[in-house]
Ligand binder design. Structure first.
Ligand code: HEC
Ligand code: HEC
Length: 188
């Protein structure tokens, strides 16, 4: 009896958490991921700062961004094109696959990183300890600093929309954005 109750509660939980919870299939995600490697690098460890590293990113964040590109809420021509025909199931499979890959840190300029370190504690509250990510809040550790800079500038000027991040980006000068992102990139 007790067991049945627990089961019902679990089911109810799944219903309320919505489409994001179609059970992910990592093997199916891996098959589909081949076309992503062209830009995002093998296993999602991009070596080119035009393309963010996906390896080791939080699955809930990856799925959220793919849906945002698909639904036109986050704008980028290349990614809107890639995501437009993905089903929720395919998105969850891809997200689970990339999240399970090991992140090879991009690294950051050590002099600038040392300057940016003092700003980082205010980021860890949401982005997790050492910026390893938390739920729908992305991992920043080891991400390409130049990519992170572009995103912060996009939050600042409103081309990328997110309430909390716009507020935070507006509080940072361009110099602070440069140094804190070099610090994040240098984390493992
Ligand atoms: C033609 C190149 C290209 C291909 C192929 C591509 N992407 Fe992207 N992707 C990009 C670019 C460029 C960005 C950065 C967009 C921006 O600056 O907002 C990006 C961003 C992303 C992001 C957001 C990451 C973050 O940290 O916010 C995700 C998730 C993503 N891509 C997933 C995928 C997946 C999954 C595939 C394969 C189905 C894929 N991409 C294929 C170019 C590509
Ligand atoms: C109040 C919580 C909160 C705080 C504090 C915060 N962030 Fe964020 N950040 C978020 C959320 C949530 C997202 C995901 C936004 C989305 O879904 O588009 C995000 C996204 C980002 C991104 C985009 C990453 C990517 O892969 O595209 C960058 C860069 C970023 N944050 C940098 C920072 C930095 C640097 C700090 C500290 C100075 C910081 N954030 C503090 C909540 C926060």
């Amino acid at each position: 009896m007790k067991f049945i109750k627990l089961y019902q509660m679990l089911l109810l939980g799944l219903c309320f958490s919505g489409v994001a919870n179609a059970t992910p299939d990592i093997a199916a995600g891996k098959e589909r991921a081949g076309m992503c490697f062209n830009c995002h690098g093998a296993e999602g460890n991009s070596k080119n700062s035009n393309f963010p590293i996906l390896a080791g990113q939080k699955p809930a964040y990856l799925a959220n961004q793919l849906r945002a590109f698909r639904d036109g809420k986050r704008e980028n021509g290349m990614m809107q094109n890639m995501a437009k025909n993905l089903s929720d199931q395919e998105i969850n499979d891809l997200a689970a696959y990339f999240a399970a890959q090991k992140n090879n840190s991009a690294g950051g300029d050590s002099e600038l990183a040392a300057k940016g370190k003092s700003k980082a504690p205010m980021c860890f509250g949401c982005h997790g300890d050492k910026a390893k990510g938390m739920g729908v809040t992305p991992r920043l550790a080891g991400q390409h600093p130049a990519y992170l800079q572009r995103q912060l500038l996009a939050f600042k000027d409103g081309t990328r929309k997110n309430g909390p991040m716009s507020g935070i980006a507006k509080m940072l000068s361009e110099q602070e954005i440069k140094s804190v992102t070099e610090y994040m990139g240098s984390l493992k």
